[in-house]
Design a protein around this ligand. Structure first.
Ligand code: GDP
Ligand code: MN
Length: 349
């Protein structure tokens, strides 16, 4: 077989490493970040690191979204650091506010209740606007109309290994629609009614359920309950065509009409995961391995020393969450019958 070139280490699928054919033209793909002016320092840090790990080789444009106007200071500082050009987008108020069906008094009472329970962001109104925006709105921004794939990157994250292949091109060439790296369990208190709502939707809209889907990833009891596993969407590479599909639009509209973004604290991560797991064939999901991704408090760090060496990782494998027993990545591999790539030996099989 072919040599295990560097880039193969990060492409792990059913049959172990695959050869990435570098022959597809670059499409309209972008890096995309939602960020506040106050996060400029963390943003610059993330840009510097991500340019080093990935984008200094590929020069994708990096676009920034904000519910407020970006300051000149923010724009000037960012423009100096990105290698593929920047664009700054103001999110219109309609995309960052209550839809008409929401009873705002009921929403405020719910936030009070969450506050008492000391749940992360439980009392925050803006966090809920953010989660709803990421769930069903950002890809409808007029500025993004020509964008096909996007890579979500948040301020403060870093990639401690080199990313040695063009992930966008890989996704296009292999008809992947959604890519993730870490996966973990959601706090049930933020989504008490999300599973039942989702089940109701797919019972009424069974035409949207893909055959050979990833549903086994999200339930341990044949669909009675949600096992809370979700792709951690602070890292996400996805086809906006998927989000713009009638299927996803109907799903989002249904969830929005239920009010759970405001009466509970539904996150975009479980929403995206439930949608992708039912509506996308499992073979069109892509696990992005060995990036050294870090979003507090969880780190990905390849357990195999040889891989860390080849990819110039600057992380401690003791901190690795991806292959921790609590990580849902294990489950993703098990339900799909994939070989877990813990070791160089597995990779070479
Ligand atoms: P967490 O990852 O769930 O802890 O949430 P974060 O605080 O990291 O928020 C997720 C993303 O949305 C990050 O990219 C934030 O910069 C961004 N974000 C969160 N709230 C706001 C907000 O009110 N305005 C703007 N412009 N961005 C926000
Ligand atoms: Mn975050």
């Amino acid at each position: 077989g072919p040599d295990t070139a560097q880039h193969d280490l990060q492409i792990i699928t059913t049959d172990g490493p695959r050869i990435y054919a570098d022959d597809h033209s670059k499409g309209n793909d972008i890096l995309l970040t939602l960020v506040r002016n106050s996060e400029l320092t963390d943003m610059i840090d993330t840009i510097e690191r991500f340019e080093k790990s990935f984008n200094s080789k590929y020069h994708y444009q990096w676009w920034f979204m904000n519910d407020e106007e970006f300051t000149d200071e923010f724009k000037e500082a960012v423009e100096l650091k990105v290698s593929g050009g920047a664009r700054f987008i103001r999110v219109p108020t309609e995309m960052w506010s209550y839809p008409p069906n929401i009873d705002q008094k009921k929403a405020a009472a719910s936030r009070e209740n969450y506050k008492k329970q000391k749940i992360n962001y439980g009392s925050s109104e803006s966090y809920r606007f953010m989660c709803r925006f990421n769930s069903g709105l950002f890809y409808k921004l007029p500025e993004l109309v020509d964008i096909e794939y996007y890579w979500r990157i948040e301020p403060s994250v870093h990639f401690d290994c080199e990313i040695t292949y063009d992930v966008f091109k890989y996704m296009r060439a292999n008809k992947k629609l959604y890519a993730f790296n870490m996966a973990l369990q959601e706090d049930i208190r933020t989504i008490p009614s999300l599973w039942n709502a989702t089940m109701n939707f797919f019972r009424q809209n069974s035409q949207y359920v893909a055959s050979k889907n990833n549903a086994k990833f999200i339930t341990d009891d044949d669909g009675s309950t949600y096992n809370l596993c979700h792709f951690w969407s602070n890292f996400e590479i996805a086809s906006l065509g998927f989000y713009r599909s009638q299927a996803y639009e109907d799903f989002f509209k249904f969830l929005d009409s239920e009010g759970g973004f405001f009466y509970e604290r539904w996150g975009d991560a479980p929403v995206h995961t439930l949608a992708a797991s039912y509506m996308i064939p499992a073979e069109s999901l892509h696990f992005v391995a060995n990036t050294g991704y870090m979003h507090s408090p969880n780190q990905d760090c390849p357990p195999d020393a040889e891989i860390r060496d080849v990819l110039h990782c600057e992380c401690s494998p003791k901190r690795d969450f991806t292959w921790h027993e609590w990580s849902c990545v294990n489950k993703f591999f098990e339900v799909n019958g994939y070989v877990k790539p813990n070791t160089m030996a597995n990779l070479k099989k």
